[in-house]
Design a protein around this ligand. Structure first.
Ligand code: G3P
Ligand code: CA
Length: 341
């Protein structure tokens, strides 16, 4: 029986500022199978771990007077955004910044780590992974997302070429390598399919369209991509899908418990065409849980995440992205015990 993967979303980001060495390290200590770096580019073409090219969301850039004149307004994937952007900074400049907690109102304990950690490059993440593999004597996978791929390509900073060069150079090759490459866009995954055998995952947001599809005026949207036909089309270039939780349409039963029996047929449809299913994103705070699993009205307090993850595992998902790998591991253990009894 295939065991569901625990994918540490931005590391153990429920407990440490996301995409820091501390976040990745803790995720591995908690038993995650994969750590999940999101990548954007610097002005000089280095790949760095940030969820957004907008640096002020998760770094202290706003307090660096020397970078005040880099604050600007840009349109990224059709959205107007004001801030400091990774593509305007060299790696040397990025290295003077420090990571901060993205959602201090929900994760006040993480603020204690603000200012302690550098922004990591892909090379540093690979080196950290190798170090953690030696320390823990086990394989640790990398689940890498290219962020805003067509936007970066339009700037002459395409992410895919340096990404493959670096991964292939250190021996990640073939579809059995402990690595997944993921994207919410489509064309970059098709390009990757033509240039690598590494496993590819098509991410599926809860609504709307992939940015590259939307910008070229096509009608394909995420709702269409989770239909049988949509999944069949994805299976021609990807190895799996990463749907947002709402696509599973889990409803509570008469007792207010999530019930896998009420789910959509997404998992079986995906498996029929040979796609793995990795669901996202599982977070412990009540703010991110369905009503049936909240512990109180306080958004920052933890609810019944283990129950939520267990329900998705019973539904047959092959992996879960979670900010709380420790809870994911507990759910997996319960799931495996139930499966053999
Ligand atoms: O990457 C998987 C999924 O969690 C999507 O996430 O957090 O990068 O927007 P995010
Ligand atoms: Ca991601």
């Amino acid at each position: 029986m295939k065991k569901p993967l625990i994918i540490a979303h931005r590391g153990a980001s429920g407990y440490r500022p996301e995409h820091t060495s501390a976040s990745y390290r803790l995720a591995v200590e908690q038993g995650a199978d994969f750590i999940e770096p999101d990548l954007v580019s610097t002005r000089d073409g280095h790949l760095i771990a940030r969820h957004d090219n907008v640096l002020n969301l998760t770094t202290d850039v706003a307090s660096h007077a020397e970078f005040a004149d880099k604050k600007t307004i840009k349109t990224v994937d059709g959205k107007k955004i004001e801030g400091w952007f990774s593509e305007d900074f060299t790696l040397a400049e990025i290295k003077t910044l420090r990571a901060v907690e993205r959602i201090p109102e929900l994760r006040p304990a993480n603020v204690e780590y603000d200012g302690q950690f550098e922004i990591l490059t892909l090379e540093e993440i690979i080196a950290l992974t190798q170090e953690l593999e030696r320390e823990h004597d086990r394989t640790i996978g990398l689940y890498i997302e290219t962020k805003h791929p067509s936007y970066f390509a339009s700037l002459g900073l395409a992410l895919e070429v340096p990404l493959l060069e670096k991964l292939h150079a250190v021996g990640y090759d073939g579809n059995k390598a402990p690595i997944f490459l993921q994207s919410f866009e489509v064309e970059n995954l098709k390009w990757l399919r033509a240039h690598t055998e590494l496993a590819l995952i098509q991410l599926l947001w809860s609504s709307g369209q992939p940015a590259d599809v939307m910008l070229r005026g096509d009608s394909l949207d995420y709702d269409g991509m989770v239909t049988r036909d949509g999944l069949e089309a994805i299976a021609r270039y990807a190895n799996g899908v990463g749907p947002e939780k709402s696509h599973f349409l889990l409803a509570a039963d008469d007792h207010g418990r999530l019930d896998a029996k009420n789910a959509s047929d997404l998992v079986s449809n995906a498996h029929t065409v040979g796609l793995d299913v990795h669901a996202h994103t599982f977070r412990a705070e009540n703010a991110f849980l369905p009503d049936a699993l909240r512990s109180s009205d306080r958004e920052d307090l933890p609810g019944l995440l283990e129950q939520e993850i267990l329900t998705f595992m019973e539904l047959g998902v092959d992996g879960v992205f979670t900010d709380n790998p420790d809870i994911g591991v507990q759910a997996k253990q319960r799931f495996l015990v139930r499966s053999v009894s």
